[in-house]
Design a protein around this ligand. Sequence first.
Ligand code: PLP
Length: 426
Amino acid sequence: SQNPVPLSALSADQLAAFLTEQRAAYDALKARDLKLDLTRGKPASSQLDLSDALLTLPTSTTDAAGVDVRNYGGLEGIREIREMFADLLWVEPEQVVAGGNSSLVMMREVLVDLWLKGGVDSERPWGQEEKVTFICPVPGYDRHFTLLEWFGIDMITVPMNDDGPDAEAVARLVASDPSIKGIWIVPTYANPSGSIVSQEIAARLASMPTAAPDFKIFWDNAYAFHHLTEDEAKSADILSLAAAAGHPHRPIMFASTSKITYAGAGVAFLAGSVETVKWYTGHLGKGAIGPDKLNQLRHAQFFGSAQGVRDHMVKHREIIAPKFAEVERVLSERLGGLEVATWTKPTGGYFVSLDVLDGTASRVVQLAKEAGIALTPAGSSFPKGDDPRDRNIRLAPTFPAPAAVTEAMDAVATCVLLAAAEHLSA
Ligand code: PLP
């Protein structure tokens, strides 16, 4: 049923025939009683298996500094894991905190601290401001948005382009509105578009004048090392750029080994100016005596070096790159030339961002659900789940087995075509 003619160019009769054909294809799909899930960006169990040497580590109980990792203390994390990830993130070890198993928790902690106490450069706690606003590049990571919503922080969207957020729009907004206190950025292999923030955009964001003196860039580098090709993108060095521009406290960087080792038992990192690190651990110390240093030590021993992390990521790539290739193959075979969808071809990260005809994303997700294929709810990559064009769907192909990815994408294509045909016939 491949049709090289754009769907919108079909005559009424042709379109009616196409719709009939798609209804039949969809009924056949439904009859197969599939049960597939493309909702969350989780590592497959074969990826988790790559790190099972962790289960017999550490082989000692003291870190490089001679600290007994079984005991309390060391809020900033053990020396060797800080050094290793400082190397990987191009910062100094004293600019890094190694924490628990979740960088998202660290992001929430930072927001709580800013809210209750203010940052190193704040005039007052954010919670005492009349209004706090964040800039949210879209499409973006749903949990960033739900976290802001939980605080009652207002969200203004800007487009996420191939080279990062629309920096002109951001610069214009932050210049005049002192309620704008921050922006989320997933710089290297954005969730969900896979785009990479260019050096120029990073420099602009690091140096732009802001009406708020304590404007923060939440630089969430969750996929910094998660390359899908041999062309390994390097993240812009946001801390140096900001320091050079006279705004050393503006960026706060986050990363974790959730998708390097174990998603539920990795190590998370925060990086910033030395003052930011002191500020963070100072507040952290009111509720913690030290992190799980034993987990940090076993990670340090498992990787051996920063290069060990890079080498390990190649093994992930070998498992997941073929799944992304299947997404690309099926979508282009089934949808190519029909002008009913565009999608990203990421070179890293965990997602493909699919844009269908305006006004049909919710219908596609509903059709898929009724056929047994769970997709992320339409709009979930937008604040409050509101995609004003109802066109974006986030695809997460890492978790299912390769054959399931193929089946699921074929099913998604069927739903996209039926929704498009219905929409154009209406
Ligand atoms: N940041 C982004 C952009 C993510 O996509 C995810 C997980 O999907 C996280 C953070 C969660 O990180 P962590 O497991 O370290 O809490």
